[in-house]
Design a protein around this ligand. Structure first.
Ligand code: PMP
Length: 436
């Protein structure tokens, strides 16, 4: 719309070029409710993007707004001083962990954004082990601050940066559709875990003993990739055999995105450190932090401080969001809606010769486009056209993947069947139009 264009122009003249999303979704936003965004020209969009996986309980969820208003009238900024609000938030987080983890973990808040939590996690792992090598994974995304960026595999993000943090070593993720070892899924003889085992156990690998292994239990920006069965368990047991700390970055896959509080809860794998952010701020209040095993308390008092850690309003929003999920059985709904979407997508997209894989868990779904099903050659060009057409028809989603060829569906978890059907109908029409 016209007014959107005007505002975009105005903003680009005064705000640095660091902004990214308006390029692919050129709208200025007026308001948002549930899973619907309204732009300044009065156009409505179905939001299958959820502010980068943040508004899991829906834009401006009324439960959260009430809690936030109450909190704002009482206390907003308290630094690290104890508050009932914070203690209750921590307890809620800890009690939503699997029972076998109860009593063994602590929470520590980072700064306002996800990258802050990643920085804190690698700092804690280094202090604890007194080592400094970190193993990270191809396709992984962890943020834009120096440490988090160094651990993010996409070299495009750090082309002009010559040094961030040293001693980061990337290994292949469990991405069966594009197996780095050219094995077929389910029957691999040499897999990504044995590769890592070789690195850790061969003194000639050139990799010093790592402090930590950092990965997303379900790779998000990398293309919503669900790792192979038992992959996380095998990885954790290998790491622990070598005294290496396992960090699961659940910043995107957490907060019920996959139908569990955290994605790793679909498995028996138990990490030493979990990073969280995004959905924990309820409807978009900034919050991030770590959940870590109590015996990893390597930092003394004041060793990791910051002015804006655990804002009281964000904590109140977090509490209200967890309570909302529990009250409405939202986790169950995520599983049901995830299956519904996957089934529909498989039915309606089956005719298309450019769809290599439809995958996901809960409401974290990826559709990978290829030029040819047998060569699996990535097809980012068609994804771009498809996304643009869907946008014109009122559906927003993000694109990602190792080759920018994956449509990433990450809607608010509260979507109804009616909204899912409307989104699928747009995708179905626009896929045909994009292909012809
Ligand atoms: N880790 C993961 C898995 C993420 O998806 C993101 C954000 N997309 C981050 C870390 C970084 O979070 P932030 O952008 O809030 O710094």
């Amino acid at each position: 719309g016209q007014y959107s264009k005007e505002l975009l122009l105005k903003q680009s003249e005064i705000e640095g070029k660091v902004v990214s999303y308006p390029k692919s979704m050129p709208i200025a936003i007026k308001r948002a409710k549930g899973a619907i965004i309204e732009d300044v020209d009065g156009n409505h969009f179905i939001d299958f993007f959820a502010g980068a996986g943040v508004v899991n309980v829906g834009h401006c969820n009324p439960d959260i707004l009430i809690a936030v208003k109450e909190q704002q009238e009482q206390l907003i900024h308290a630094l690290d001083f104890p508050t009932e609000n914070k203690i209750e938030a921590i307890n809620l987080i800890l009690t939503n962990l699997p029972v076998d983890m109860h009593g063994q973990y602590k929470v520590s808040f980072g700064g306002p954004t996800g990258s802050d939590a990643v920085e804190a996690a690698i700092k804690l792992a280094k202090m604890q082990t007194k080592r400094d090598t970190i193993i990270a994974f191809t396709g992984g995304y962890h943020g834009m601050t120096s440490g988090a960026l160094a651990l993010t595999s996409n070299t495009g993000f750090r082309e002009k940066l010559t040094s961030l943090i040293p001693n980061v070593h990337f290994v292949p993720y469990s991405y069966c559709y594009r197996c780095a070892f050219r094995q077929s899924p389910g029957s691999c003889r040499h897999d990504c875990v044995s590769y890592l085992e070789d690195i850790l156990e061969n003194p000639h690998s050139g990799v010093p003993k790592p402090a930590a292994i950092l990965l997303e239990p379900l790779q998000g920006e990398g293309g919503n990739i669900v790792p192979d069965n038992n992959y996380l368990e095998k990885l954790v047991s290998l790491a622990h055999k070598h005294g290496i700390i396992v960090i699961f970055d659940e910043i995107q896959s957490g907060f019920y995105r996959t139908g569990e509080f955290f994605a790793f809860m679909h498995t028996k794998a138990r990490p030493d450190i979990i990073t969280f952010s995004k959905g924990f701020g309820g409807v978009g209040f900034p919050i991030s932090g770590l959940i870590y095993r109590k015996d990893l308390e390597a930092w003394g008092p004041g060793a990791h401080i910051g002015t804006f850690r655990a804002n009281q309003v964000s904590l109140a929003a977090c509490r209200a969001a967890i309570k909302f999920v529990n009250r409405t059985d939202l986790a169950l709904h995520v599983g049901i809606m995830g299956c519904y979407l996957m089934t529909k997508l498989n039915e309606l997209f089956r005719w298309c010769p450019f769809i290599g894989e439809i995958r996901g868990q809960g409401l974290m779904i990826g559709i990978e486009f290829v030029k040819d099903i047998s060569t699996k050659s990535p097809y980012p060009e068609i994804v771009k056209v498809f996304r643009e057409r869907c946008f014109q028809s009122g559906l927003l989603f993000e694109v990602g993947g190792h080759f920018n060829n994956v449509v990433r569906l990450v809607p608010p978890l509260i979507i109804t069947t009616a909204i899912a059907d409307a989104a699928i109908s747009i995708m179905s029409t626009e896929l045909r139009a994009a292909v012809i």
